[in-house]
Design a protein. Structure first.
Ligand SMILES: [Zn+2]
Length: 335
């Protein structure tokens, strides 16, 4: 894969013991050193006018000044230093790069993966939250639309709900958003009945699983609900909001997705994008175990390099089955 990365993303210093630390990117880069087919690009900063198409101008200015004044605790979890502004523009720029580098004609081995931080999916139009300042995937989607794509689908497999991304595109018909997330975790949004409003009606899908959902449950959500909905939507670009905190050994969630599971989900995304003639790109979100994060990204890269991941042989859990049946009946009811 081609990874979009800049050193400035390490300068966003969240202090000791913050789970969203620069060590995350260091660990990933170390792990990818021995992997086949890894290339790096150095994306430009995101254009400020583009950032202002998904965030309020007043908020962007407030965030810029906050960093210029030395930063601090924006809220209990969301920390900025002076360099956070530069890191955030680089991180959003990497997502723009991924969105623009993706295309149906791009060979699998050159699929772009934006390896930036701070992450983005909790940032709403007018506020930072949950470690996020600029909604990277949102800015990337907007860039693709402005470069000629008619529509973009964002699939968010981070263990948390991407409330920011949902919020930004909730009333829009040109960006589809789907998420699988753990019930009871931050930020508490993303119920199954949130399906979009106005032009965005039907272009928002939330699969809310109980703690303990595993790879088989995630695959069932993709195969039965999310992939068919995205295929129906028929986007020109499929962006993955790729957090790896649903991993079975991630310290902050109770989900049970295996490293191999991220490989199988990646395989599904390749098939879906090929089937619809859509471009495919990845944007890093969360993932807080240094080993599990780097092993999982290594796995994603290996799948693009030709590795065939092993399908799980266990059945969908009863709890997951109930959620999927509810979503299926909702979809039928809306037609
Ligand atoms: Zn997360």
């Amino acid at each position: 894969m081609n990874f979009g990365y800049r050193e400035v993303c390490l300068e966003h210093d969240t202090g000791d013991r913050h789970p969203e630390s620069p060590d995350r990117l260091r660990a990933v880069r170390r792990a990818l050193k021995d992997s086949h087919g890894v290339k790096y690009d150095s994306p430009n900063d995101a254009d400020l006018d583009l950032v202002r198409t998904v965030h309020d101008a007043d908020y962007v200015e407030e965030f810029r000044e906050y960093c210029a004044d030395g930063g601090g605790h924006w809220d209990a979890d969301t920390v900025a230093v002076e360099a956070t502004w530069d890191a955030a523009l680089a991180s959003a720029g990497a997502a723009v790069w991924a969105a623009e580098a993706a295309g149906p004609e791009v060979p699998n081995r050159q699929t772009p993966f934006a390896l930036g931080r701070p992450p983005g999916h909790h940032a709403v139009g007018d506020d930072a939250m949950g470690f996020c300042f600029i909604n990277n995937a949102g800015v990337g989607a907007q860039a693709a639309l402005e470069s000629g794509a008619d529509s973009v689908a964002i699939f968010d497999w981070d263990v948390h709900h991407g409330n920011g991304t949902q919020d930004i595109f909730y009333d829009r018909g040109d960006v589809f958003y789907a998420s699988i997330h753990e019930d009871g975790l931050f930020p508490g949004t993303g119920t199954t009945d949130e399906t979009g409003v106005g032009d965005g009606e039907g272009a928002n899908v939330n699969v809310v699983y109980q703690p303990g959902a595993d790879t088989a449950d995630y695959l069932a959500a993709i195969d039965e609900i999310i992939a068919p909905a995205i295929a129906d939507f028929d986007p020109d670009l499929l962006l993955i909001s790729a957090g790896f905190d649903a991993h079975e050994h991630d310290p902050i969630s109770r989900m049970q997705v295996s490293t191999e599971g991220y490989g199988v989900m990646t395989r599904r995304m390749i098939e879906l994008a090929e089937d619809r003639g859509a471009g495919l790109g990845f944007v890093l979100e969360g993932g807080y175990g240094l080993d599990t994060l780097s092993d999982s990204i290594k796995m994603v890269n290996e799948v693009f390099d030709g590795y065939q991941p092993v399908e799980p042989d266990d059945d969908v859990s009863e709890e997951a089955r109930e959620v999927l049946d509810t979503l299926a009946s909702q979809a039928v009811g809306s037609k």
